[in-house]
Design a protein around this ligand. Structure first.
Ligand code: FES
Length: 110
């Protein structure tokens, strides 16, 4: 698992909508999936880099507190600027531990 770092445990996310973490200058979050798995995604606004989860968000759609761009936190889609998609990063579950690789983006590998 070269390049992966531990960012949470499965137990920490139980009953919570996400857990945020930082890597270098970027903000990310791990989210539970309805199917029982997890995914991880960058959560810096694609406009001017504001942390989209600096204030708690309960639903799937988050609105940037700085200039109002809206993003879907499940799909990564930007509802304001279609080119400004949030990207997912690789994730691995090892026992109760959640590991991510914040230096690679899954969507750019397609
Ligand atoms: S920084 Fe998010 S809309 Fe401008």
């Amino acid at each position: 698992m070269e390049g992966f770092i531990k960012v949470a445990t499965v137990g920490e996310l139980k009953g919570k909508p996400y857990k945020t973490f930082r890597f270098l200058t970027k903000s990310f979050a791990v989210f539970p999936e309805a199917s029982g798995g997890f995914y991880a995604m960058e959560v810096n606004c694609k406009h001017q880099n504001a942390n989209l989860l600096a204030t708690p968000c309960k639903g799937e759609i988050v609105e940037c507190s700085r200039h109002g761009w809206k993003f879907n936190l499940r799909t990564g889609e930007c509802l304001t600027q279609p080119w400004a998609r949030l990207r997912r990063i690789p994730i691995q579950i090892v026992g109760d531990e959640i590991w991510v690789c914040p230096t690679r983006f899954l969507d750019s590998e397609a």
